[in-house]
Design a protein around this ligand. Sequence first.
Ligand SMILES: [Zn+2]
Length: 102
Amino acid sequence: MQYLKLKTKSWKLKEESKEMVIICRICEKKFMEAVFKEHSAECYELNNWKNELQKKNAEVTKLCELAFEKKQELSVNAVIEKYCFSSVKLLFISQFINKDER
Ligand SMILES: [Zn+2]
């Protein structure tokens, strides 16, 4: 008789616990009601961190792209500068040559 009472009690507990399963709206995992409150707060915080991390990643990616563009611009400028200087030098030299020829 005692055994049956215990058995019934455990069935009732099982039934009750089945009813108290909650699905988290953030991560969509199932939790028992007792655990859910704690999970909910942690999941919310974790989700905020994830969003923050995504934002920071996007910022870093954007900055990397900007840095790459700047680098390209600088090397193009360096080439132009080098080319201009050598053209100026050539002009300078050619003027001297022309003077000698006159
Ligand atoms: Zn969750």
